[in-house]
Ligand binder design. Structure first.
Ligand SMILES: *[C@@H]1O[C@H](CO)[C@@H](O)[C@H](O)[C@H]1NC(C)=O
Ligand SMILES: *[C@@H]1O[C@H](CO)[C@@H](O)[C@H](O)[C@H]1NC(C)=O
Ligand SMILES: *[C@@H]1O[C@H](CO)[C@@H](O)[C@H](O)[C@H]1NC(C)=O
Ligand SMILES: *[C@@H]1O[C@H](CO)[C@@H](O)[C@H](O)[C@H]1NC(C)=O
Ligand SMILES: *[C@@H]1O[C@H](CO)[C@@H](O)[C@H](O)[C@H]1NC(C)=O
Ligand SMILES: *[C@@H]1O[C@H](CO)[C@@H](O)[C@H](O)[C@H]1NC(C)=O
Ligand SMILES: *[C@@H]1O[C@H](CO)[C@@H](O)[C@H](O)[C@H]1NC(C)=O
Ligand SMILES: *[C@@H]1O[C@H](CO)[C@@H](O)[C@H](O)[C@H]1NC(C)=O
Ligand SMILES: *[C@@H]1O[C@H](CO)[C@@H](O)[C@H](O)[C@H]1NC(C)=O
Ligand SMILES: *[C@@H]1O[C@H](CO)[C@@H](O)[C@H](O)[C@H]1NC(C)=O
Ligand SMILES: *[C@@H]1O[C@H](CO)[C@@H](O)[C@H](O)[C@H]1NC(C)=O
Ligand SMILES: *[C@@H]1O[C@H](CO)[C@@H](O)[C@H](O)[C@H]1NC(C)=O
Length: 831
C-alpha cells in the first residue's frame, strides 16, 4: 500500500519530464510551433506575476519568472507548462516556497494541474479554483494551508481527478460537492483538523479509488450508503478506505461490502461500536483490515474465513468475545494477526499452525484457556509472538520458549517452561524432534528397516569416500606433472584456488602442497558433470575482476567451457552461512539469469562459483568495444532491455532478491544475444563490509542510485535505477563511466532533453531509422528517465518497467501508455 501510494503521489515528477519530452520532441512538434507557444496570453502572464508576488521565494527558484514574460511559455519559466500560450500546469513541489497562493490563479482558465506540495505555503486554499473548468489535479499536500476548503470546489470541476490537501491545517467540514466530478479518483484530506461528518455523496462516487480522511476530527456515523443504489449496475472502484484517527461512531456499515475492489480498510482509533457485519466476508480482495481501538463487540464473523487475500487483520483493543473460528486457517495469506486486548475465550486453535506465512501473532490480554498448540512450532516465519496475560496452562513448546523471551508468555498463572523461574514440575516430553538433530539417537529397541538402510548407506558412503580420495590423489599427481609441461599463458584453477605449488601472484593464492585433498564440490542441476579435480585442473583464463573476485573462463578436460568466479575470501561469509545461501542461489533458474551450476569450497576456505560460460561476453563490451562497422539495431537493443527487465522482475517478485550491483558488465550475452544477468545474489554471500565496497565501486561506475551514497541499503528501487542507466546506455550508446561535462549519464541525458535537443541523446546509428521508430525511442527514453528519478519512491518497480517496455516493443507502432498515473499525461498526448 505504502509503495503504490507514493508511486501515485510522486507521479507529478514524472509528469514534468513527460511533459517536457513531449513538448520539445523533434518527432512530435516542429520548432515552428515552439516559437508560437512562447507568446503567453496576457491575462495568464498577469496571473503568474501575481502568483509570484504572493509566494515567498526563499531560495530564489523563481528567478526565471522575470518581467520579460516572453519565456513564460517557452520553457523558460520554471514549473510552467503551456499549450497555445495558455498555462496548463504549475508544478513547483519541494521548492521551499512560503507565502500564499494568489486568488489570481483563477485567471489561468486552461489550468489542469497545480502541484505545489511539500512547501511551506500558508494562507487558504484559493476559492477561485472553482473557476477552473479543466482542473484535473490539485496537489497541495504537506504545506501549512489553513481555513476551510472552499465548499464550492468540485461543483464546477467536472474533470477533477485528484485532490490531495493532506497534511495541512485545514478546518471546517468536508463538502459534499467534492464528489461532483464523475472522474474523481483520489481524494486525500488526511492529517488536517476537519470536522463534521462524512458526506453521503462520497460513498456513492463510482470513480473514487482512494479515499483518505484519516487523522481529522470527523464525527457522526459512517454513512451506510456505500456502493450507491443497489439497482444501478455500476462497478465501484474504491480500493483504499482510511478513516482512522477520527471520532466516528456507530456501526461499521454493511454496505462497505458492496465495494468489491476494496483492498484496504483502516477504521482504527474511532468510537465505532456494534458488531462486525457478516457481509465483510465477501470482500475477496481485502488484504488489510484494521479495526483496532474501537468499541466493537461480538464475535469474528464466520464469513471471515472467506477472506482468502487477507494479509493483515488487526482487531486489537475492542470488546470482541467468543472463540477464534476453528477454520481460521482458511486465511491462507495471513501474515499478521492481532487480537490483543479483547475478551476472546476458548482455546487457541491448533489450525493457526496451518497459516504457513504467519509472521506476527498477538493474542495477549484476552481470556484464552488451554495449552499453547504445538502446531505453532511449524510456523517458520513467525518472528513475533505474544500470548501474555491470558489464562493459558500447560507447557510452552520448547522451541517457542527458545525463540521468544518470557515477556511473550507472562501473565498466565498455569503456564510453565518458558523461563528459569517457571520450570514445569516434570520435564516436558519432547513431542517434536528438533529440526537440526537429524542424527539417529541410540535407542534401546530393535532396529527398524529405516535404521538399517541408514547404517548400510552410511558405511557405503565411507567406502566410496575412501575410494574417491585415492583416485583424487592419483589424478592430482598426474595433473601436476602435465601442468609443469604446459606454458604459462593459461593457468590451472587449482593454482588460482590456492592448491597448486605455483600460485598466481595477482590472485593472491596461498601456497599449499599439491596433492592435498579435502575440498568440497557441490553440483546444482545443469548440463555438466565434472569432478572437483576436473575443475581445479581446467585451463583457465582471466576474464575480469570485480570487487567480488576474479572471473575465469575454464576449459574442462572434455572440452566443455564454464565460467568460474573465485570469490575474495576476506569479504565472503563464513562457510556455514555461505553454504546455506549458495544452496538457495543454485536453485534460481530463469532464461535471463546466469545459472549457477556448482560451487567448490577449498580446504583453506577458497570459494569458487561455477556458471554457464557466455561466448558473446558482456553487454558492456558488446556496446562499447565493437568495431565501427558493427551496428546494433533497435530491435536487438530493445530485446536486450526487455530480457534484462524480465530477469530483474523475476528476482524481485519471485525470488525476493535485490541484485545490488547491476551494470552492463554484469549482463552477459549468449549465442543469440539473449541477456543473462550475472552476479545474482552475490551480495548474500558477502559480509556487510564486502557489500559496502561493492556499492562504493558501483558509484564510480555510474550505476549507483544517488540515495546509496547515504543509506547503504540496496533496494528494488536502486536496482531499477541501475536498470534505467542500462536502458539509457542502450539508447545513447554511451558508457555511464565516461563522464560528459562532469555529469553522469542520467544527468547528461536530462540536461540535453531540457535543452530541447532530445534527438541528440540517441545513438547516431539509431537516428537513421528515426522516422520509423521515433515514438519507440522517445517512449523508452521517457521510461528510462522515470527509472533514474533521483527520488527513489518516484521510480517504478520492475514489473511496471516490463509492462511499459512490452507496450513499446517494436512490433507495435503506436505505444498505448495509460496505466498508473492520474490521467493528465495521457490527456496531454491526445491534444
Ligand atoms: C528572463 O529570464 C530568462 C530565462 O531565465 C533569461 O534568458 C532572460 O535574459 C531574462 N530576462 C531578463 C530581462 O532578466
Ligand atoms: C494521504 O496523505 C497522507 C499524508 O500526506 C499520506 O501519508 C497517504 O499516503 C495519502 N493517502 C492516499 C491514499 O493518497
Ligand atoms: C473536534 O471537534 C469538536 C466538535 O465536534 C470540537 O469541540 C473539538 O475542539 C475539535 N477538536 C479539534 C482538535 O479540533
Ligand atoms: C448487470 O451486471 C450483470 C453482471 O455483471 C450483467 O450480466 C447485466 O447485463 C448488467 N445489467 C445491466 C442493465 O447493465
Ligand atoms: C491504520 O492506521 C493507523 C493510524 O494511521 C496505522 O498506525 C496502522 O498501521 C494502520 N493499519 C494498517 C494495518 O496499516
Ligand atoms: C453505539 O454508539 C451510538 C452512539 O455513539 C449509540 O447511540 C448506540 O446505542 C451504540 N450502540 C451499541 C450497540 O452500543
Ligand atoms: C464463503 O463463500 C462461499 C462462496 O461465495 C459461500 O457459499 C459461503 O457461504 C461463504 N462462507 C461463509 C461462512 O460465509
Ligand atoms: C497477500 O497479502 C499481501 C499483503 O499482506 C498482498 O500484497 C498480497 O496481494 C496478498 N495475496 C493475495 C493472493 O491476495
Ligand atoms: C491443519 O491443522 C490441523 C491441526 O494442526 C491438522 O490436523 C490439519 O491436518 C491441518 N490441515 C491442513 C489442510 O493442513
Ligand atoms: C517466509 O518468508 C519468506 C520471506 O518473506 C517467504 O519467501 C516465504 O515464502 C515465507 N514462508 C512461508 C511458508 O510463507
Ligand atoms: C474469563 O473467562 C472466565 C470464564 O468464562 C470468566 O469467569 C472471567 O470473568 C473471564 N475473565 C475476563 C478478564 O474476561
Ligand atoms: C482459568 O482457567 C482455569 C481452567 O484452565 C479455570 O479453572 C479458571 O477459572 C480460569 N480463571 C479465570 C480467571 O478465568
Amino acid at each position: 500500500m505504502d509503495r503504490s501510494m507514493s508511486r501515485i503521489r510522486d507521479h507529478s515528477l514524472l509528469l514534468v519530464l513527460v511533459i517536457i519530452v513531449f513538448s520539445i520532441s523533434p518527432f512530435v512538434s516542429s520548432s515552428r510551433s515552439r516559437t508560437d507557444g512562447v507568446i503567453v496570453k496576457q491575462s495568464d502572464f498577469q496571473a503568474l506575476r501575481a502568483i509570484k508576488n504572493e509566494l515567498i521565494d526563499f531560495r530564489g527558484i523563481l528567478k526565471s519568472w522575470n518581467d520579460s514574460g516572453l519565456g513564460a511559455c517557452g520553457g523558460g519559466w520554471l514549473g510552467i507548462k503551456c499549450v497555445n500560450g495558455e498555462v496548463i500546469a504549475i508544478q513547483l513541489p519541494w521548492k521551499g516556497l512560503g507565502g500564499r497562493i494568489s486568488e489570481k490563479i483563477g485567471q489561468l482558465r486552461a489550468l489542469r494541474k497545480i502541484s505545489l506540495h511539500d512547501n511551506v505555503i500558508g494562507g487558504v486554499v484559493p476559492t477561485s479554483l472553482i473557476l477552473l473548468p479543466n482542473l484535473r489535479g490539485v496537489y497541495l499536500f504537506n504545506n501549512r494551508l489553513s481555513g476551510s476548503i472552499p465548499p464550492s470546489i468540485g461543483r464546477r470541476s467536472p474533470v477533477l481527478q485528484t485532490l490531495d490537501l493532506s497534511n495541512n491545517q485545514l478546518t471546517g467540514t468536508v463538502s459534499p460537492n467534492l464528489a461532483n466530478s464523475a472522474r474523481l479518483y483520489r481524494l486525500n484530506l488526511s492529517y488536517n483538523a476537519l470536522s463534521g461528518s462524512i458526506p453521503v455523496s462520497l460513498t456513492r462516487s463510482s470513480s473514487l479509488t482512494f479515499l483518505a480522511l484519516e487523522h481529522n476530527n470527523l464525527s457522526g456515523f459512517i454513512p451506510d450508503t456505500w456502493g450507491g443504489m443497489v439497482s444501478m449496475n455500476k462497478s465501484y472502484q474504491l480500493q483504499y478506505l482510511t478513516l482512522d484517527h477520527n471520532r466516528l461512531s456507530g456501526k461499521i456499515p454493511a454496505s462497505i461490502s458492496k465495494l468489491s475492489m476494496l483492498e484496504e480498510i483502516n477504521l482504527s482509533d474511532n468510537r465505532i461500536n456494534g458488531t462486525i457485519p457478516d457481509e465483510l466476508g465477501g470482500l475477496s480482495r481485502l488484504t488489510v483490515l484494521d479495526l483496532s481501538n474501537n468499541l466493537i463487540d461480538g464475535a469474528i464473523p464466520a464469513s471471515f474465513s472467506n477472506l482468502s487475500a487477507l494479509g493483515t487483520l488487526v482487531l486489537k483493543s475492542n470488546l470482541l468475545d467468543n472463540q477464534i473460528p476453528e477454520d481460521i486457517d482458511r486465511l491462507k495469506n495471513l501474515s499478521m494477526l492481532d487480537l490483543s486486548n479483547n475478551k476472546f475465550v476458548g482455546r487457541i486453535p491448533a489450525t493457526i499452525g496451518n497459516i504457513s506465512g504467519l509472521a506476527s501473532l498477538d493474542l495477549s490480554e484476552n481470556n484464552f484457556t488451554g495449552e499453547i498448540p504445538n502446531s505453532l512450532v511449524s510456523l517458520e516465519n513467525l518472528t513475533s509472538l505474544d500470548v501474555s496475560y491470558n489464562n493459558l496452562s500447560g507447557i510452552v513448546p520448547s522451541l517457542l520458549s527458545k525463540m521468544f523471551n518470557s515477556s511473550a508468555f507472562v501473565g498466565n498463572l498455569e503456564l510453565c517452561g518458558y523461563s528459569p523461574s517457571t520450570q514445569c514440575a516434570s520435564p516436558p516430553p519432547q513431542t517434536l524432534p528438533s529440526p537440526v538433530s537429524g542424527v539417529v539417537k541410540p535407542r534401546h529397541r530393535k532396529l527398524s528397516t529405516k535404521d538399517i538402510i541408514l547404517i548400510v548407506s552410511g558405511a557405503l558412503l565411507v567406502v566410496l569416500l575412501l575410494l574417491c580420495c585415492m583416485l583424487l590423489c592419483c589424478l592430482i599427481r598426474k595433473k601436476a606433472n602435465s601442468k609443469a609441461k604446459n606454458g604459462s599463458k593459461a593457468s590451472g584453477l587449482a593454482t588460482t584456488a590456492g592448491r597448486g605449488a605455483k600460485a598466481v601472484p595477482e590472485v593472491g593464492g596461498t601456497e599449499v602442497e599439491s596433492g592435498e585433498a579435502g575440498g568440497k564440490l557441490v553440483h546444482f542441476d545443469g548440463p555438466f558433470v565434472f569432478a572437483a579435480d576436473d575443475l581445479l585442473c581446467a585451463t583457465a583464463e582471466i576474464m575480469g575482476k570485480s570487487t567480488y573476485g576474479t572471473a575465469y573462463k575454464a576449459t574442462l578436460e572434455d572440452g566443455n567451457q564454464v565460467a568460474v568466479k573465485r570469490l575474495r575470501e576476506k569479504i565472503t561469509k563464513g562457510q556455514k552461512e555461505f553454504e546455506a545461501e549458495v544452496a538457495e542461489l543454485g536453485k534460481i533458474r530463469h532464461p535471463n539469469i546466469l545459472a549457477l551450476r556448482a560451487y567448490y569450497l577449498g580446504p583453506k576456505g577458497e570459494k569458487l562459483l561455477v556458471y554457464d560460460y557466455m561466448p558473446n561476453g558482456s553487454l558492456s563490451s558488446f556496446l562499447h568495444a565493437r568495431g565501427p562497422e558493427t551496428t546494433i539495431d533497435w530491435p536487438t537493443r530493445m530485446r536486450i532491455a526487455i530480457g534484462i527487465t524480465k530477469g530483474i522482475c523475476f528476482l524481485h517478485t519471485k525470488e525476493n532478491i535485490i541484485h545490488g550491483n547491476l551494470t552492463s558488465s554484469n549482463i552477459l550475452l549468449d549465442e543469440q544475444n539473449n541477456p543473462k544477468i550475472a552476479d545474482v545474489g552475490l551480495s548474500r554471500l558477502m559480509t556487510t563490509a564486502g557489500n559496502t565496497n561493492v556499492i562504493a565501486t558501483a558509484g564510480t561506475l555510474g550505476y549507483r542510485a544517488p540515495e546509496l551514497s547515504k543509506i547503504k541499503n540496496a533496494s528494488t528501487k536502486t536496482d531499477v535505477y541501475s536498470l534505467g542507466v542500462i536502458i539509457l546506455e542502450l539508447l545513447t550508446g554511451k558508457s555511464p563511466s565516461e563522464a560528459t561535462d562532469g555529469l553522469d549519464l542520467p544527468q547528461w541525458v536530462a540536461s540535453i532533453v531540457k535543452e530541447e535537443w532530445t534527438n541528440e541523446v540517441f545513438d547516431v546509428e539509431l537516428m537513421r531509422d528515426a522516422p520509423n521508430i521515433g515514438d519507440e525511442l522517445l517512449n523508452t527514453l521517457k521510461l528510462a528517465l522515470h527509472c533514474v528519478d533521483p527520488t527513489p519512491t518516484a521510480r517504478p518497480e520492475a514489473p511496471q518497467v516490463l509492462q511499459k517496455l512490452e507496450e513499446i516493443k517494436p512490433e507495435l507502432m503506436l505505444a498505448a501508455t495509460s496505466s498508473g498515473d492520474d490521467g493528465t499525461a495521457v490527456q496531454e498526448k491526445s491534444e
